[in-house]
Design a protein around this ligand. Structure first.
Ligand code: PCD
Length: 784
């Protein structure tokens, strides 16, 4: 890794140079002349009517410049804003508060301490209402109606959605030898990025130009939404997303704080900074999951799968703010048939409002695919339990076979490529599966409280949203732009619409250009995160950057190469057809000595060299890439745990992850991505839940209660890989950023339940804390 590869290969991140020296530039590092500071007043109630808001004492605070309430915003027609799911969300509450931590007022002051102090001077008179905390309760006919802001609404029901073939599924269930049924909850969790959300809004009263520096994973989409919501001309809005300290889906949507900062700047004529604290982030920004699921698998008695049937109750919180393409109210949950060859499938999803924070963001998850993978992988283990089959064997028997690709799933998704059995075999070999089973048998025989569990999971993801004909977000199609400029000396600048949050785009996207053109990645700057500097595109989430912007980058580099060919033909005085490409140069076929490097060609393209009729000169090119399909990365994971039956304590002893994301641009970065996701999985499986009490009080508002996994809870990950290129992606790459978060929770949970199998425990919900494991052990009627 000492030399920079001229293309793909492991290299250190170019961005490390600034991060390691503490020279990153995050939103909170931005300080503009005359900048003021905002703070949000939040509701202590989960559900209450607002009787009155008295801001007079706060306004009298000597350092306060403005106090903005729902009423102020209503006057500007900004009290409500659209959500990513075609609902509306209160920016500042006017009528009621609908979750604890909801935004009620915004104070702008000369410093952030005064802004916070002044919050305490605002007097809000609330009339408490009974909250709805439980998703099932939300559907009861006498449940309090949360969204009475919508005229004529009499219940908390949001949507019903179904996919698959109900009749065909019922038919296979009717003739199945075995039907395994299990209820399970994927608990409400939170992306909890290291950096919380924030914005600095700067409205220039002279030019009328609004600049918003903000923590966004989708700068262009945010600009368009600001234009549509605030009625500001789009070319007068600049959204800058500087360095981002982790996104994980948390920074996809627009939060009330951003809008308040913008309004604060318009009202005061000064730049306004708002940065939330950790509790605000955990309590009010986009949560993830909260899916109550019932899974059913139909199979023959020897374990050949026939069908899968699923019912989901989806808790969307107080406003339907789920991030997903318009046509998919349950995101990509439709991929719940997983990696298996199945005859029929059907699922129904019902969405409800509750008095909890809105969002439903795809935390390291391509639009609800994590829930889908967890469901089917847990169900496979439940079926293995019922049939007393080995869970790895059961999977091997039912995995899609390589010759079935491209494979159309029973719910209409076209899996692009895969060799699943190879990946599973590799994982089993790496972990020494047979030896582990032998060790387990011995331990079980010996008795004692130190239990060994081995958990397998196999996942297929659908990432790279998405083909314009199938998907949009708020009417915006999901194609991405890329622009490549090559300077006369052969150094280049690549401009992208996606936005890195730590994934290393400044390195990997330079590597794509390097691979295509033979220019060193060190000579290629990647510009992103500034709408004034980059082409339009929908941003970074759902592991879409490599599948969409990565493809755009390869295409644009190839366009540059084609232009270079014409220039080279003029330089060498041969026909372009007589030229051949090798990395970094065009040369004359049959005469490799007669060639021109891309750097020479770049200079010539800007020189007085005479070019053929109609050739403009320069090498710059641009492209908009509309992906023909999603990419379908997959993987086989095996987790090994020791469970102390006396205390319920789980220790992850080993974890093997075999990932296939097609061609790897930077294997070291891919491994880092997988490591992070595996840690996420341990967190969700063993530690995390956003809990609420019956009054709707949030019980996880700090990292003392909402636990993040550390190196203490994680083993030393062992990774393997297979490479099955995506046939439709220009460089054969698939996304990988979320794979491990999607695939790992089921492996950990399956491992813990495998350890508990002799006690007759068939299922227990995440998080499998010591208390949860202990009560699963002791609650089981089959305990021996
Ligand atoms: N790659 C390579 N190769 C391949 C693939 C990939 O190399 N084959 C690499 C790339 O280039 C980049 C990375 O890797 O760099 C990643 O990628 P992707 O998969 O494409 O993805 P993106 O789009 O870029 O990103 C996104 C993701 C997500 S989605 C999430 S969650 C997370 C992940 O990413 N986040 C984060 N990871 C991460 N990391 C970090 N550091 N940080 C962060 O924040 Mo969502 O939807 O949002 O929920």
């Amino acid at each position: 890794m000492t030399t920079t590869p001229m293309g793909y290969g492991s290299m250190h991140r170019k961005e490390d140079a600034r991060f390691l020296r503490g020279r990153g530039n995050y939103v909170d590092d931005i300080a503009l002349p005359g900048m003021l500071h905002g703070a949000v007043l939040r509701s202590p109630f989960a559900h209450a009517r607002i009787v009155s808001v008295d801001t007079s004492a706060a306004e009298a605070h000597p350092k306060v410049r403005a106090v903005i309430t729902g009423e102020t915003l209503a006057g500007l027609d900004l009290a409500w804003m659209p959500t990513l799911s075609h609902d509306v969300q209160a920016v500042l509450a006017t009528d009621k508060v609908r979750f604890q931590g909801q935004e009620v007022a915004f104070v702008v002051a000369e410093d952030r301490y005064s802004a916070r102090d002044a919050l305490e001077l605002i007097d809000v008179d609330y009339e408490a209402l009974p909250p709805v905390v439980d998703a099932r309760r939300a559907l009861e006919p006498d449940a309090p109606v949360i969204r009475d802001d919508v005229e004529g609404r009499t219940d908390n029901h949001i949507f019903d959605w179904e996919t698959g073939d109900k009749q065909a599924t019922d038919d296979v269930f009717a003739r199945a030898d075995v039907v395994a049924v299990q209820d399970m909850l994927y608990p409400r969790v939170h992306p909890a990025p290291m950096e919380t959300c924030g914005a600095v809004a700067d409205m220039d009263p002279v030019t009328g130009k609004l600049t918003v520096y903000t923590t966004t994973q989708a700068p262009h989409a945010h600009r368009t939404i600001y234009a549509l919501v605030a009625g500001l001309p789009e070319h007068k809005i600049r959204v800058v997303s500087p360095d981002i300290g982790g996104g994980f889906g948390n920074k996809v949507g627009i939060y009330p704080g951003y809008v308040c900062a913008v309004v604060g700047s318009i009202v005061t004529g000064k730049p306004v900074k708002w940065v939330e604290d950790r509790s605000e982030n955990l309590m009010s920004t986009s949560f993830a999951r909260d899916y109550h699921m019932r899974g059913e698998l139909a199979s023959t008695k020897d374990g050949k799968l026939l069908g899968i049937r699923v019912k989901v109750l989806a808790d969307h919180g107080a406003f339907n703010g789920t991030a997903q393409p318009t046509k998919f109210p349950a995101g990509f949950f439709g991929v719940f048939t997983g990696s298996y060859d199945i005859e029929a499938a059907h699922c129904e999803v019902t969405g409800v409002y509750t008095n909890k924070a809105p969002g439903g963001v795809a935390y390291a998850c391509s639009f609800r695919i994590t829930e889908a993978v967890y469901l089917v992988e847990r169900m496979m283990d439940v079926l293995a339990f019922d049939l007393d089959l080995d869970p790895a064997e059961l999977r091997m028997k039912n995995l899609l076979r390589p010759e079935q690709f491209p494979y159309e799933s029973k719910t209409g998704w076209e899996y692009d490529s895969g060799d699943y059995p190879r990946a599973l075999r590799k994982a089993l070999e790496l972990v020494h599966y047979d030896e582990l089973r032998a060790e387990q048998a011995k331990r079980r025989e010996a008795g004692g409280e130190n239990l060994l569990g081995i958990g397998v999971s196999f996942f297929t993801e659908a990432v790279g949203a998405g083909p314009r004909k199938h998907m949009d977000i708020l009417g915006l199609g999901m194609a991405d732009g890329a622009e490549l400029r090559v300077h006369p000396t052969g150094k280049a600048v690549l401009r992208l619409s996606c936005q890195t949050q730590g994934q290393g785009h400044e390195t990997t996207f330079a590597q794509i250009v390097a691979e295509e053109l033979g220019i060193s990645p060190d000579d290629i700057d990647v510009v992103h995160g500034d709408t004034d500097q980059t082409p339009f595109g929908l941003g970074t989430y759902g592991s879409r950057s490599t599948p969409v912007s990565g493809a755009a980058t390869a295409v644009v580099a190839r366009r540059v190469r084609d232009r270079a060919k014409i220039v080279a033909s003029a330089m060498l005085e041969v026909s372009p057809d007589d030229l051949e490409w090798e990395k970094g140069r065009w040369f004359v076929k049959g005469d490799p000595e007669a060639g021109k490097s891309i750097q020479d060609i770049a200079m010539a393209a800007h020189s007085s060299l005479e070019l053929p009729e109609g050739v403009e000169g320069h090498l710059d090119a641009s492209c908009v890439y509309n992906p023909p399909n999603l990419t379908y990365p997959f993987g086989a994971y095996v987790c090994v745990v020791d469970v102390d039956a006396g205390t319920g304590q789980v220790r992850v002893r080993d974890f093997v992850a075999v990932d296939d994301c097609g061609v790897r641009i930077n294997p070291m970065i891919v491994e880092g991505q997988v490591h992070g996701g595996l840690a996420d999985g341990v967190g969700m499986a063993l530690m995390q839940v956003m809990a609420f009490d019956e009054d709707g009080n949030h019980l996880g508002g700090s990292f003392m209660d909402y636990l993040l996994p550390t190196s203490m809870e994680c083993p030393s990950w062992r990774l393997g890989e297979t490479v099955t290129p995506s046939p439709h992606h220009p460089i054969g790459a698939k996304g990988v950023g979320e794979s491990a978060t999607v695939g790992s929770p089921a492996a950990v949970v399956n491992a813990v339940l495998d350890a508990l199998k002799p006690y007759g425990v068939r299922h227990a919900d995440m998080p499998l804390t010591p208390a949860a494991v202990w009560s699963a052990l002791h609650g089981s009627p089959l305990r021996t």
